[in-house]
Design a binder for this molecule. Sequence first.
Ligand SMILES: [Zn+2]
Length: 211
Amino acid sequence: MADVLTFTDRGIYCPAGDFYIDPWRPVDRALITHGHSDHARPNMGRYLATIGTAPVMRHRLGEIDLQTTAYGQVMQIGDAAVSFHPAGHVPGSAQIRVAVKGEVWVVSGDYKTVADGLSEPFEPIACHAFITECTFGLPIFKWTPKDLLTTQINDWWAVNAAAGRTSILGAYALGKAQRLLATVDPEIGPILTHGAIEATNEVLRARGHPA
Ligand SMILES: [Zn+2]
């Protein structure tokens, strides 16, 4: 049995379907896990992504040849059956499942197994091979639990507000910024966002997200 996916100098490639997943160099057909710029790059011939990812990609990449798909919908591409499944990373983010002659491989993209109240929750997919991103997998990364972090951020802001100081939080415009907006307590004071975040919020609001 040949490999369902292989690594090339352009990215992860599926010979049976003649497509790439999140390629980093221009290719004819790119399947995109989510809208972050290290996964959805410009200059691909054709793109395929989830309905939830499409508005962010159009916002960031402009006029592109983009086909969309719903979570769980199976598409035949050459000899490969392809479907996208929630990755829990940012709204619209997907793992991509590729099945060739009964052999199933899954590419995680960026993913998060803890629900964030914003992204579609991560869905475990049975497979023979799982290609995982592991950005923060090293044991040196230890994250503060969400509830404690929420308290810390709001306490810090409240103390600053009482002292007449403005509080500034930096966060990636897609994903982290919306999680922060859902975290900070609007009772403490007015909340303003940077223009890049507001532009992303506009795209998400149009999709029905409370950003
Ligand atoms: Zn990402």
